[in-house]
Design a protein around this ligand. Structure first.
Ligand code: GLA
Length: 350
């Protein structure tokens, strides 16, 4: 029996380490956070094939026909894209009234957009199919890919699968080791023992499509073409010298960042949180100097966290603004203006 109303929650994410590796078939180590987006879908009493939606936090609304979602801006692009891509994938859909609310800061590098698309897709699918069964691993991967297409086609940001997989596969008390070559997601216990992760907002908002994100992605593609390889995962350290600048710097970041992810997983498995700090710092230096995605506002925020005693700090997400992640030892107070973030469950329908 189709449900008359469904609520889906999808979390944002923090990436401990492994930045700009996802679209290079590399490694990353994110966790889903407890903040996220909630979407409630209610069957329309009139049965019309129309979607009516309200973004409660923005006090904005949207309305369009199910069979012809028009292009849009901001949150509407994600909603209309969700309907269009679900339809294109042959998923059942029905007319719906939607309410959307969330507590992930937008454009802050905590994946508010993946949380939004995952929550919308889950709510719309559950409403039309009547099923609230948890997705299996294959279905999570397929939905992550669909949500990534929404971002690519409807906002123009050529982002990878990091955010969507983290939002869908999150587990309490765990980080996720994601191998973007095999698309395997492996939970890694996050035994924090009093250590805390915090985020600090740089105050600078980004829109991935208009930042240098797509340019970085095409630089990596170009590096692969020049080396005759399918992805930077296949690139050997000795091949880096064959690349012209800035492509050498970009590829060098990706190779070394994959190694840092491996080292971070070892540190977590050994419950050696202190070893994570220098890895975060090294990742940040590489994102700043080799990948060149930092900004003065981000640098000031990183410096503020280090002065406050962070064991390590780095920009997270695509860069060009957004949030900074800091790691604090148990005896260190969390500085004012920072938000503690911990791992929470992945997306679900209720
Ligand atoms: C953004 C993108 C992700 C990933 C990160 C950088 O968050 O959405 O796919 O590329 O940037 O690691």
């Amino acid at each position: 029996v189709p449900a008359s109303s469904c609520t889906a929650f999808a979390p944002g994410r923090v990436n401990i380490i492994g930045e700009h590796t996802d679209y290079n078939r590399g490694l990353a180590l994110p966790f889903a956070i407890t903040a996220g987006v909630t979407a409630t879908a209610v069957k329309r009493a009139d049965g019309q094939p129309i979607v009516q939606a309200r973004a409660c936090d923005l006090d904005e609304s949207d309305e369009f026909r199910l069979d012809e979602p028009p292009p849009g801006e901001g949150w509407r692009a994600f909603l209309r894209g969700a309907v269009a891509e679900l339809a294109a994938a042959g998923r059942p859909l029905s007319g719906a009234n939607l309410e959307i609310a969330g507590d992930v800061p937008r454009g802050a590098g905590l994946s508010s957009s993946a949380a939004l698309t995952v929550a919308l897709c889950l709510a719309l699918t559950a409403l039309a199919s009547g099923s609230r069964e948890p997705l299996d691993d294959g279905a999570k991967l397929a939905l992550a890919q669909l949500c990534s297409r929404i971002e690519n086609r409807w906002t123009g940001a050529q982002t990878g699968l990091l955010d969507q997989l983290a939002s869908l596969c999150g587990e309490p008390d765990s980080a996720l080791l994601i191998d973007f070559d095999t698309l395997q997601v492996l939970p890694v216990a996050l035994a924090l023992a009093g250590w805390r992760f915090v985020t600090a907002d740089s105050g600078e908002r980004h829109a991935l499509a208009s930042s240098g994100y797509n340019e970085r992605r095409s630089e990596c593609t170009r590096a692969c073409e020049l080396l005759g390889i399918g992805s930077l995962r296949e690139c050997l350290p000795a091949q880096l010298a064959l690349l012209p600048e800035p492509l050498r710097r970009r590829a060098c970041h990706v190779l070394e960042e994959n190694d840092r992810v491996r080292a971070a997983v070892q540190a977590l498995r050994a419950e050696d949180l202190a070893a994570l700090g220098p890895l975060l710092d090294a990742s940040h230096a590489s994102l700043r100097d080799l990948y060149e995605v930092s900004t003065p506002a981000v640098e000031a925020t990183v410096a503020r966290l280090r002065e406050a005693g962070a064991a390590g700090a780095r920009l997270i997400g695509g860069g060009f603004g957004g949030a900074v992640l800091g790691l604090f030892a148990p005896e260190r107070p969390v500085p004012p203006g920072c938000v503690e973030v911990g791992p929470g469950p992945g997306a679900y329908v209720r």
